[in-house]
Design a protein around this ligand. Structure first.
Ligand code: 6R9
Length: 665
């Protein structure tokens, strides 16, 4: 199941799965003819198409009169003179409709305890929390860091920021104190919303202590308050005058809070993601276009209906948890499951058990989770999905990385009982929501392919100059016209925004996704072949090779030089492989090598977060370089894969180091 074999099997993939009648009957887009008609409408009348969608799907407090402003491309503006509030579009709009007393969130805690809130209750809690934020002096336009576990409170924190027009920046609970500090500084945040601990897999993991450590690293003077959700009974240190528990902050606050209308282009959130340099990019999204996309893709891609129980397993720390947990399902008035724990605790049948228990109808997860659960089911009958009743499911989805056809088929057979369409949704932090994806009631599916762009998404495959590449040949994935939920800028770095996504060589206005792709010769279906920059995709999480390299060389007492590449991995898709030159020379023994490797892994976990820990560490007295001193990364990639070296190594300064680098720890 390595990427190489994935690509091979995709190349010969000719199975086609037409949409099941269950999925197409009554679907919003119920045939390819209906899809084609929408695409044509968008092509013929681009602005009109989006204006109609924005009017139909978003509640505006002040209607917009201009749809798209391209005068300062690539800084596109959508619906600019319109005003709205994102939280009102997720909550208030349901009040007075049958949705108000419907369950909004079914929360299942790590230990299996279940709590439910209705839309009306959620609105009251979000409003009360919004009042607490106001009492802390937080105002429209202020930035607030959210470092929370997967809980109802995490969603409330995001919605409450949106309600008062504060821009949130959620930091995944697995990121380190240093990563947190960098984000606080870059965003200029005034507050942190966190929890004392998070519960995952039966373990209590600190969050507040990491916030304290992050702030203590310095430069975080902008932070005035830290609000702490008491998730567990364990005490945590509190700084007088700065820190408050949720209970104290909420005391005496009213449960009504009028939503603050903001301009459509007002920054709803900043989410940091890895790029090809050492510094993460603060991807900034706007309120109007993003909200439209969250709602529209719930309708188009998941064809969500009133009786559905939707479950997206992503953490709110990632874009998927923003669009398909915190905003989309609420904007669509759906009932959704929010899960605090991990798929393998207390056993690897947890997901299937939860689908049965909560009668989930739409299930959306990552290929890496599927692959690890296949492994678990293969080795232990007791956690095989056949042990649970999954018959409520009607639509399945995947996101985050390419899904290999073997895993697709297993998902189709064992989870979907060969009846549920699988929507393999391609998108990115920068795109805000799905951009290339099957539609469950219309698109014939091909395993391993994300199929076709959504209506109005002008996706194409081009060469370095922006010239179209014919179907069947690979190239770079681009989107030729703007779309409402696109990234607006990189926070604090508009130049990097232009350089990263809108290369001059392509004319400066075409969005470059950073992925390679190929379209099939017969159907024109897209297949994503992976990143074309120095970004790795480990378990669906983006990691910059430079980021990990910088972390390694920051261990100045040990490391002289480091290079990081990815290699295929059966479960995580890609794995981090680090090549390290130590200051003291190569480790003298196996034991020492293992000891240093552990030390380096722990160091990277501390610098970035446990997800960035290198799986393999290889030590050499030097790195393979050309005579001009360039690290030969292609050669490192071959070494990491354990491939025979076929590259020309004649320019190599010191060929003997290839052997040294053959051993991984
Ligand atoms: C939503 C999300 C984005 C990168 C993207 C690509 C990979 C995501 C994919 C996929 C193949 C899919 N990716 N979905 N590759 N098929 N269905 O994951 O955002 O964390 O920003 O990652 O993930 O490489 O460029 P993000």
């Amino acid at each position: 199941m390595s990427s190489a074999s994935t690509i091979e099997s995709v190349l010969v993939e000719n199975r086609v799965f037409p949409p099941d009648e269950r999925a197409s009957k009554g679907a919003r887009i119920a045939s390819m003819a209906a899809y084609d008609a929408l695409c044509k409408e968008a092509a013929d009348d681009f602005d009109g198409f989006w204006a109609r969608q924005a009017k139909a799907n978003v509640t505006w407090t002040k209607p917009f009169t201009r749809t798209l402003d391209e005068s300062n491309a690539p800084f596109y503006k959508w619906f600019e003179d319109g005003e709205l509030n994102a939280s009102a579009n997720c909550l208030d709009k349901h009040i007075g409709t049958p949705v108000e007393n419907k369950t909004a969130i079914i929360f299942e805690a790590d230990d299996g305890a279940v709590t439910k809130v209705t839309y009306k209750e959620l609105l009251a809690r979000v409003s009360q929390f919004a009042n607490a934020l106001k009492a802390e002096g937080i105002r429209k336009g202020d930035r607030v860091i959210i470092y929370m576990p997967m809980t109802i409170e995490g969603v409330i924190a995001m919605q409450a920021c949106a309600r008062i027009g504060a821009t949130h920046s959620v930091v995944f609970g697995g990121f380190s104190a240093k990563a947190l500090q960098e984000r606080i500084i870059d965003a200029g945040a005034v507050a942190v919303i966190t929890a004392n601990y998070q519960l995952r897999g039966g373990k209590e993991l600190p969050l507040k202590a990491i916030v304290d450590d992050g702030i203590a690293l310095g430069g975080c003077e902008s932070i005035n308050s830290v609000l702490v959700y008491q998730r567990t009974a364990t005490a945590c240190a509190m700084v007088a005058g700065r820190d408050k528990t949720f209970a104290d902050a909420l005391k005496g606050q009213a449960s009504e809070c009028p939503p603050v209308p903001v301009g459509a282009e007002h920054p709803l959130f900043i989410l940091y993601t890895s790029g090809s340099t050492g510094k993460p990019k603060g991807v900034q999204h706007a309120t109007g276009g993003y909200l439209l996309w969250a709602k529209l893709t719930m309708d188009w891609t998941f064809d969500v209906r009133p009786e559905d129980v939707f479950w997206c397993t992503a953490d709110i720390g990632w874009i998927t948890g923003h669009t398909y947990v915190a905003y989309g399902p609420l904007a669509a008035g759906a009932t959704q499951v929010v899960f605090e724990g991990i798929p393998t605790f207390p056993h690897a049948g947890r997901f299937w058990q939860m689908i049965e228990k909560h009668k989930v109808t739409i299930f959306y997860t990552a290929p890496t989770a599927i692959r690890s659960l296949i492994k678990a089911a293969d080795s232990d009958e007791k956690v095989h999905p056949k042990n649970w009743d999954l018959s409520t499911l009607r639509i399945l989805g995947t996101v985050g990385e390419p899904i290999n056809p073997e895993a697709w088929m297993w998902y189709h057979r064992n989870i979907g009982a060969e009846k549920c369409p699988i929507v393999d949704t391609f998108w990115q932090t920068e795109t805000g929501g799905h951009v290339i994806t099957p539609l469950p009631g219309a698109t014939p599916l091909v395993p391993g392919s994300c199929t076709l762009p959504l209506p109005g998404i002008m996706a194409a495959i081009v060469d370095e100059t922006g010239k179209d590449i014919p179907n069947g040949a690979g190239g770079m994935l681009v989107i030729k016209r703007p779309w409402p939920s696109m990234i607006r800028t990189i926070w604090n770095d508009p130049e990097r925004f232009k350089k990263s996504y809108f290369p001059e060589e392509m004319g400066g206005t075409i969005y470059l996704a950073g992925d390679g792709a190929v379209r099939s010769a017969d159907r024109g279906y897209f297949r994503i072949t992976g990143r074309i920059d120095d970004v790795l995709n480990v378990s669906g999480h983006r990691l910059g090779t430079m980021e990990i390299e910088s972390a390694l060389v920051a261990k100045t007492d040990l490391v002289a030089e480091a290079a990081v590449v990815g290699r295929p991995d059966d479960v995580t898709g890609e794995a981090v492989c680090a090549f390290v030159v130590l200051k003291r020379g190569r480790p003298a023994s196996e034991e020492e090598a293992r000891k240093i490797a552990t030390e380096l892994r722990n160091w990277v976990a501390k610098e970035i977060g446990p997800i960035a820990k290198p799986k393999d560490i290889r030590f050499g007295e030097n790195l393979p370089k050309t005579r001009s001193g360039k690290i030969m990364r292609r050669l490192l990639r071959s070494l990491a894969k354990g491939e025979a070296i076929t590259q020309d190594t004649s320019t190599l300064e010191n060929p003997a180091i290839l052997e040294q680098l053959g051993q991984a720890y």
